[in-house]
Design a protein around this ligand. Structure first.
Ligand code: NAP
Length: 297
Protein backbone atom coordinates (compact mmCIF):
# COMPACT_ATOMS: atom_id res chain seq x y z
CA UNK A 1 0.00 0.00 0.00
CA UNK A 2 1.33 3.41 -0.95
CA UNK A 3 0.94 6.00 1.76
CA UNK A 4 2.79 8.98 0.34
CA UNK A 5 0.76 10.92 -2.21
CA UNK A 6 1.88 14.17 -3.87
CA UNK A 7 -0.23 17.29 -3.32
CA UNK A 8 -2.35 17.74 -6.43
CA UNK A 9 -4.25 20.96 -5.88
CA UNK A 10 -3.16 24.59 -6.13
CA UNK A 11 -2.72 26.14 -2.70
CA UNK A 12 -2.17 29.51 -1.01
CA UNK A 13 1.36 30.91 -0.80
CA UNK A 14 1.50 31.63 2.91
CA UNK A 15 -0.72 34.55 3.86
CA UNK A 16 0.07 36.42 0.62
CA UNK A 17 -3.30 35.79 -1.01
CA UNK A 18 -1.44 34.25 -3.97
CA UNK A 19 -2.39 30.78 -5.21
CA UNK A 20 0.44 28.56 -6.40
CA UNK A 21 0.61 25.33 -8.37
CA UNK A 22 2.17 22.18 -6.88
CA UNK A 23 4.94 22.35 -9.52
CA UNK A 24 6.93 25.32 -10.82
CA UNK A 25 8.85 25.94 -14.05
CA UNK A 26 12.25 27.64 -14.05
CA UNK A 27 14.19 29.74 -16.55
CA UNK A 28 17.80 29.33 -15.48
CA UNK A 29 18.48 27.51 -18.74
CA UNK A 30 16.30 29.73 -20.92
CA UNK A 31 17.59 30.17 -24.45
CA UNK A 32 16.25 30.63 -27.95
CA UNK A 33 13.82 33.25 -29.15
CA UNK A 34 10.46 34.49 -27.98
CA UNK A 35 8.64 31.83 -30.00
CA UNK A 36 10.54 29.06 -28.27
CA UNK A 37 9.88 30.67 -24.91
CA UNK A 38 6.17 30.94 -25.66
CA UNK A 39 6.01 27.22 -26.53
CA UNK A 40 7.51 26.39 -23.13
CA UNK A 41 5.16 28.76 -21.32
CA UNK A 42 2.18 27.14 -23.03
CA UNK A 43 3.48 23.69 -22.13
CA UNK A 44 3.81 24.73 -18.50
CA UNK A 45 0.29 26.16 -18.39
CA UNK A 46 -1.02 22.97 -20.06
CA UNK A 47 0.63 21.03 -17.24
CA UNK A 48 -1.16 23.17 -14.66
CA UNK A 49 2.07 24.96 -13.77
CA UNK A 50 1.47 28.64 -13.07
CA UNK A 51 4.43 29.40 -10.78
CA UNK A 52 7.34 30.62 -12.92
CA UNK A 53 10.81 31.15 -11.45
CA UNK A 54 13.41 33.41 -12.99
CA UNK A 55 16.20 35.75 -11.84
CA UNK A 56 17.92 38.86 -13.10
CA UNK A 57 21.15 36.95 -13.53
CA UNK A 58 19.63 34.22 -15.74
CA UNK A 59 21.20 34.55 -19.16
CA UNK A 60 24.58 35.60 -17.75
CA UNK A 61 27.30 33.46 -19.26
CA UNK A 62 25.15 32.71 -22.33
CA UNK A 63 24.48 34.80 -25.44
CA UNK A 64 21.44 36.30 -23.66
CA UNK A 65 23.60 38.00 -21.04
CA UNK A 66 22.64 39.31 -17.59
CA UNK A 67 18.92 40.11 -17.60
CA UNK A 68 18.39 38.23 -20.85
CA UNK A 69 16.02 35.59 -19.48
CA UNK A 70 13.80 38.22 -17.87
CA UNK A 71 13.90 40.20 -21.10
CA UNK A 72 12.71 37.27 -23.21
CA UNK A 73 9.91 36.49 -20.78
CA UNK A 74 8.90 40.16 -20.85
CA UNK A 75 8.76 40.00 -24.64
CA UNK A 76 6.54 36.94 -24.46
CA UNK A 77 4.20 38.79 -22.06
CA UNK A 78 4.13 41.85 -24.35
CA UNK A 79 3.18 39.73 -27.35
CA UNK A 80 0.29 37.97 -25.66
CA UNK A 81 -2.09 40.22 -23.73
CA UNK A 82 -3.55 38.37 -20.76
CA UNK A 83 -0.66 35.96 -20.46
CA UNK A 84 1.04 37.81 -17.62
CA UNK A 85 -2.10 37.52 -15.47
CA UNK A 86 -2.06 33.72 -15.81
CA UNK A 87 1.36 33.50 -14.25
CA UNK A 88 2.59 33.76 -10.68
CA UNK A 89 5.90 35.43 -11.36
CA UNK A 90 8.89 34.88 -9.09
CA UNK A 91 12.23 36.53 -9.69
CA UNK A 92 15.41 37.06 -7.71
CA UNK A 93 18.14 39.62 -7.25
CA UNK A 94 21.30 40.06 -5.25
CA UNK A 95 23.98 38.51 -7.46
CA UNK A 96 25.80 40.99 -9.62
CA UNK A 97 28.81 39.61 -11.48
CA UNK A 98 31.71 40.10 -11.01
CA UNK A 99 30.65 40.99 -7.43
CA UNK A 100 29.41 37.71 -5.96
CA UNK A 101 26.58 38.96 -3.77
CA UNK A 102 25.05 42.35 -3.11
CA UNK A 103 22.01 42.95 -0.92
CA UNK A 104 22.76 46.57 -0.09
CA UNK A 105 19.44 48.42 0.05
CA UNK A 106 20.38 50.81 -2.74
CA UNK A 107 21.48 47.97 -5.00
CA UNK A 108 18.37 45.85 -4.39
CA UNK A 109 16.08 48.80 -5.10
CA UNK A 110 17.62 49.41 -8.51
CA UNK A 111 17.87 45.67 -9.25
CA UNK A 112 14.12 45.32 -8.73
CA UNK A 113 13.41 48.32 -10.96
CA UNK A 114 15.56 46.81 -13.70
CA UNK A 115 13.82 43.42 -13.36
CA UNK A 116 10.37 45.01 -13.62
CA UNK A 117 11.43 46.94 -16.68
CA UNK A 118 12.77 43.83 -18.42
CA UNK A 119 9.75 41.76 -17.43
CA UNK A 120 7.44 44.54 -18.65
CA UNK A 121 5.35 44.32 -15.55
CA UNK A 122 4.55 46.66 -12.69
CA UNK A 123 5.08 44.11 -9.97
CA UNK A 124 6.14 40.56 -9.33
CA UNK A 125 4.30 38.17 -7.07
CA UNK A 126 7.46 36.90 -5.37
CA UNK A 127 10.85 38.60 -4.96
CA UNK A 128 13.63 36.40 -3.63
CA UNK A 129 17.08 37.28 -2.32
CA UNK A 130 19.14 34.99 -4.54
CA UNK A 131 22.00 34.34 -2.15
CA UNK A 132 22.88 35.75 1.20
CA UNK A 133 25.21 38.76 1.11
CA UNK A 134 27.55 38.46 4.09
CA UNK A 135 28.36 42.16 3.97
CA UNK A 136 24.84 43.55 4.38
CA UNK A 137 23.22 43.54 7.81
CA UNK A 138 19.88 41.69 7.74
CA UNK A 139 18.23 44.82 9.12
CA UNK A 140 19.17 46.67 5.93
CA UNK A 141 17.95 43.80 3.73
CA UNK A 142 14.67 43.74 5.66
CA UNK A 143 14.20 47.48 5.18
CA UNK A 144 14.86 47.19 1.43
CA UNK A 145 12.38 44.32 1.07
CA UNK A 146 9.73 46.15 3.09
CA UNK A 147 9.99 49.18 0.82
CA UNK A 148 9.44 46.95 -2.24
CA UNK A 149 6.19 45.61 -0.81
CA UNK A 150 5.03 49.00 0.46
CA UNK A 151 5.62 50.50 -2.99
CA UNK A 152 3.36 47.81 -4.50
CA UNK A 153 6.17 46.43 -6.66
CA UNK A 154 6.33 43.06 -4.93
CA UNK A 155 3.50 41.06 -3.38
CA UNK A 156 5.47 38.56 -1.29
CA UNK A 157 9.04 37.97 -0.15
CA UNK A 158 11.23 34.90 -0.34
CA UNK A 159 14.81 33.75 -0.04
CA UNK A 160 17.03 31.29 -1.87
CA UNK A 161 20.14 29.42 -0.74
CA UNK A 162 19.66 30.66 2.80
CA UNK A 163 20.51 28.62 5.87
CA UNK A 164 17.74 28.53 8.50
CA UNK A 165 19.77 30.79 10.80
CA UNK A 166 20.03 33.36 8.00
CA UNK A 167 16.27 33.24 7.49
CA UNK A 168 15.73 33.66 11.21
CA UNK A 169 18.05 36.66 11.35
CA UNK A 170 16.26 38.31 8.44
CA UNK A 171 12.85 37.63 9.97
CA UNK A 172 13.95 39.28 13.20
CA UNK A 173 14.01 42.62 11.39
CA UNK A 174 11.04 42.08 9.12
CA UNK A 175 7.41 42.79 9.95
CA UNK A 176 6.32 41.03 6.77
CA UNK A 177 6.43 37.24 6.32
CA UNK A 178 9.06 35.37 4.32
CA UNK A 179 6.72 33.10 2.41
CA UNK A 180 9.22 30.89 0.59
CA UNK A 181 12.66 29.40 0.65
CA UNK A 182 14.49 27.95 -2.36
CA UNK A 183 17.21 25.39 -1.68
CA UNK A 184 18.82 22.95 -4.07
CA UNK A 185 17.10 19.65 -3.27
CA UNK A 186 17.07 16.24 -4.92
CA UNK A 187 18.13 12.71 -4.03
CA UNK A 188 21.63 13.83 -5.10
CA UNK A 189 21.54 16.83 -2.78
CA UNK A 190 19.62 15.85 0.31
CA UNK A 191 21.05 18.50 2.66
CA UNK A 192 17.71 20.31 3.19
CA UNK A 193 16.43 17.17 4.94
CA UNK A 194 19.20 17.44 7.49
CA UNK A 195 20.18 21.09 7.83
CA UNK A 196 16.88 22.40 9.15
CA UNK A 197 15.69 24.01 5.91
CA UNK A 198 12.59 21.82 5.56
CA UNK A 199 11.92 21.79 9.29
CA UNK A 200 11.94 25.56 9.41
CA UNK A 201 9.66 25.75 6.39
CA UNK A 202 7.13 23.41 8.01
CA UNK A 203 7.33 25.14 11.38
CA UNK A 204 6.92 28.60 9.88
CA UNK A 205 4.60 27.83 6.97
CA UNK A 206 7.06 28.71 4.21
CA UNK A 207 6.75 27.21 0.74
CA UNK A 208 9.79 25.24 -0.39
CA UNK A 209 10.82 25.63 -4.04
CA UNK A 210 13.37 22.95 -4.91
CA UNK A 211 15.96 23.93 -7.51
CA UNK A 212 17.71 21.36 -9.72
CA UNK A 213 15.17 18.67 -8.76
CA UNK A 214 16.87 16.29 -11.23
CA UNK A 215 20.34 17.34 -10.12
CA UNK A 216 20.60 19.26 -13.38
CA UNK A 217 19.87 16.03 -15.27
CA UNK A 218 22.56 13.93 -13.54
CA UNK A 219 19.99 12.03 -11.51
CA UNK A 220 18.61 10.38 -14.62
CA UNK A 221 21.89 9.95 -16.44
CA UNK A 222 22.89 6.39 -17.23
CA UNK A 223 24.05 4.33 -14.34
CA UNK A 224 22.75 6.36 -11.42
CA UNK A 225 21.30 3.81 -8.96
CA UNK A 226 18.58 6.23 -7.83
CA UNK A 227 17.64 6.77 -11.48
CA UNK A 228 16.94 3.07 -11.83
CA UNK A 229 14.62 3.05 -8.80
CA UNK A 230 12.87 6.18 -10.07
CA UNK A 231 12.27 4.64 -13.48
CA UNK A 232 10.69 1.57 -11.83
CA UNK A 233 8.53 3.70 -9.54
CA UNK A 234 7.36 5.88 -12.40
CA UNK A 235 6.51 2.87 -14.55
CA UNK A 236 4.33 1.43 -11.78
CA UNK A 237 2.14 4.52 -12.13
CA UNK A 238 2.24 4.80 -15.90
CA UNK A 239 4.83 7.60 -15.75
CA UNK A 240 8.56 8.05 -16.30
CA UNK A 241 11.61 8.51 -14.08
CA UNK A 242 11.36 12.30 -14.26
CA UNK A 243 7.81 12.24 -12.92
CA UNK A 244 8.91 9.93 -10.12
CA UNK A 245 11.86 12.19 -9.25
CA UNK A 246 9.56 15.20 -8.96
CA UNK A 247 6.99 13.25 -6.97
CA UNK A 248 9.72 12.02 -4.59
CA UNK A 249 10.25 15.66 -3.57
CA UNK A 250 6.56 16.54 -3.49
CA UNK A 251 5.52 13.83 -1.03
CA UNK A 252 7.77 15.24 1.68
CA UNK A 253 5.47 16.74 4.34
CA UNK A 254 6.83 20.21 3.55
CA UNK A 255 4.94 19.72 0.25
CA UNK A 256 8.01 20.68 -1.72
CA UNK A 257 7.45 22.41 -5.06
CA UNK A 258 10.00 21.17 -7.61
CA UNK A 259 11.11 23.76 -10.16
CA UNK A 260 11.10 21.93 -13.48
CA UNK A 261 14.26 22.99 -15.31
CA UNK A 262 13.67 21.47 -18.74
CA UNK A 263 13.39 23.79 -21.74
CA UNK A 264 11.72 21.13 -23.92
CA UNK A 265 7.95 21.68 -24.17
CA UNK A 266 7.21 17.95 -24.17
CA UNK A 267 9.22 17.40 -21.01
CA UNK A 268 7.61 20.41 -19.32
CA UNK A 269 4.16 19.11 -20.24
CA UNK A 270 5.12 15.64 -19.05
CA UNK A 271 6.03 16.94 -15.60
CA UNK A 272 2.33 16.86 -14.71
CA UNK A 273 2.61 13.06 -14.48
CA UNK A 274 4.45 13.62 -11.19
CA UNK A 275 1.07 14.09 -9.56
CA UNK A 276 0.22 10.43 -10.27
CA UNK A 277 3.28 8.81 -8.70
CA UNK A 278 2.85 7.55 -5.13
CA UNK A 279 5.28 5.96 -2.72
CA UNK A 280 5.63 3.64 0.24
CA UNK A 281 8.05 4.71 2.95
CA UNK A 282 10.33 1.83 2.01
CA UNK A 283 10.48 2.95 -1.61
CA UNK A 284 11.07 6.59 -0.66
CA UNK A 285 13.93 5.80 1.70
CA UNK A 286 15.48 3.46 -0.88
CA UNK A 287 15.75 6.38 -3.33
CA UNK A 288 17.28 8.59 -0.63
CA UNK A 289 19.95 6.02 0.13
CA UNK A 290 20.66 5.31 -3.53
CA UNK A 291 20.86 9.02 -4.36
CA UNK A 292 23.17 10.00 -1.53
CA UNK A 293 25.09 6.74 -1.76
CA UNK A 294 24.94 6.48 2.01
CA UNK A 295 22.97 3.88 3.93
CA UNK A 296 20.90 5.33 6.73
CA UNK A 297 22.13 4.52 10.21
P1 NAP B 1 16.76 20.12 -13.33
O1 NAP B 1 15.37 19.71 -13.70
O2 NAP B 1 17.44 19.41 -12.22
O3 NAP B 1 17.68 20.00 -14.62
C1 NAP B 1 17.25 20.38 -15.88
C2 NAP B 1 18.25 19.83 -16.88
O4 NAP B 1 18.10 18.43 -16.92
C3 NAP B 1 18.01 20.36 -18.28
O5 NAP B 1 19.26 20.54 -18.90
C4 NAP B 1 17.22 19.24 -18.93
O6 NAP B 1 17.45 19.19 -20.33
C5 NAP B 1 17.84 18.04 -18.27
N1 NAP B 1 16.93 16.90 -18.25
C6 NAP B 1 15.59 16.91 -18.05
N2 NAP B 1 15.09 15.66 -18.10
C7 NAP B 1 16.15 14.86 -18.34
C8 NAP B 1 16.27 13.48 -18.50
N3 NAP B 1 15.21 12.66 -18.46
N4 NAP B 1 17.50 12.95 -18.72
C9 NAP B 1 18.58 13.76 -18.78
N5 NAP B 1 18.52 15.12 -18.63
C10 NAP B 1 17.31 15.65 -18.42
O7 NAP B 1 16.65 21.64 -13.01
P2 NAP B 1 17.64 22.91 -13.23
O8 NAP B 1 17.47 23.40 -14.59
O9 NAP B 1 19.01 22.60 -12.77
O10 NAP B 1 16.99 23.91 -12.19
C11 NAP B 1 15.58 24.19 -12.27
C12 NAP B 1 15.28 25.60 -11.92
O11 NAP B 1 15.71 25.87 -10.59
C13 NAP B 1 15.99 26.67 -12.75
O12 NAP B 1 15.37 26.92 -14.00
C14 NAP B 1 15.86 27.86 -11.85
O13 NAP B 1 14.58 28.42 -11.94
C15 NAP B 1 16.05 27.23 -10.48
N6 NAP B 1 17.45 27.35 -10.00
C16 NAP B 1 17.67 28.15 -8.94
C17 NAP B 1 18.96 28.30 -8.44
C18 NAP B 1 19.17 29.18 -7.25
O14 NAP B 1 20.32 29.47 -6.90
N7 NAP B 1 18.12 29.63 -6.60
C19 NAP B 1 20.04 27.64 -9.04
C20 NAP B 1 19.78 26.83 -10.14
C21 NAP B 1 18.48 26.67 -10.60
P3 NAP B 1 16.29 19.66 -21.37
O15 NAP B 1 16.12 21.13 -21.22
O16 NAP B 1 16.86 19.25 -22.69
O17 NAP B 1 15.05 18.90 -21.02
Amino acid sequence: MTELVPPRQPRPLGSSGITISPLAWGMWRLDGDVRAVRARIDAALDAGITLFDTADIYGYGSPLGFGGAEELLGEAFAEAPGLREQVVLATKGGITPPVPYNSAASYLAQALEASLRRLRTERVELYQIHRRDFLTHPQEVAAALTRMVEAGKVRALGVSNHAPAEVTALKTFLDLPIVSTQPEFSPLRAAPLYDGTLDQAMAEGMAVLAWSPLGGGRLLADGNPAGHLLARQGAAFGADATAAALSWLMVHPARVIPIVGSQQPERIRGAAAALQVEWTREQWYAVLQAGTGEPLP
